[in-house]
Design a protein around this ligand. Sequence first.
Ligand code: R5P
Length: 306
Amino acid sequence: MKRIALIAGDAHPGLAREIAQGSGAEIVPATITAFADGETRIRIEGDVRATDLYIVQPTSAPTNERLMTLALLADAARIADAARITAVIPYFGYARQDVRNRPGEPRSAQVAARILKCAGVDRVVTLELHSAALESAFEVPLTNLLADEAMLPVVRGWRLPEPVVVSPDAGGLKRAQRYAAALAAPLAVIVKTRPREDVAVALQVLGEVRSRACLIVDDMASTGRTIAGAAQALLEAGAREVHALFIHAVMAPGALDRITSAGVQKIATTDSLPAARDPRMEVVPTAALFASAVTGLAGEAGTPRR
Ligand code: R5P
């Protein structure tokens, strides 16, 4: 049996500790600081030799630094002879830049995935990736967890009258479809356009929402404009009330105010990111989900790569 070890990156140490507790992984400390010129400096302070090692680090803002820290931790672990290195990335930054929309643009999500592989990451565990297209970008085995089982009891508890599940854009349709099926509710979708970065405009509501309780389902809220725009469009289309569920609370400044000012009443999200707690959001814990993935992977038959 390999030792199961876990390193908490600097992005969400609280969640990392809970995952360690839930999975029985031994926490190996690491120092993460910066040199005077801003370069990241890391040092693993314990023995990771021959371990089945999990590094927990959402690559949230500041995304480049979190990503680089994760890559450096993986490289340090590889040199220190960890048997297998799994990056546990509760929120994968750059995920939305997974396709080239215009000539001259990169596929940033693929680049981020490649950086991790080059650094020595053997496997990735993440939660609710932005798109299915992105799953194939990882050139290492990927476990993409879904939060449905954790989120559904919260939404069921809201007892929405005549609910309809709404995808705020075409890209989120499959996700919304899953929730609609689980809640035995009909589905609606919003035609959304992005005239420029971080601006979302809801053009049209497709589906019957009049006099219904709408549940907007999305993978994340960043500026909150997608959900706010959707809520306004739904209310204008005669919706009785609007609620929202999103997995990753990226929450740029002002996002939550924007969402609630648009008329969204109940909000559910997860703790994949260390978002500020706010009584307006019900935050569903995800540690058990990740801990069970770690336990499952650690118990898998098969030999570590190294
Ligand atoms: C877009 O494709 C995503 O699924 C989200 O709808 C979007 O990223 C949310 O961003 P914002 O809150 O800035 O509108």
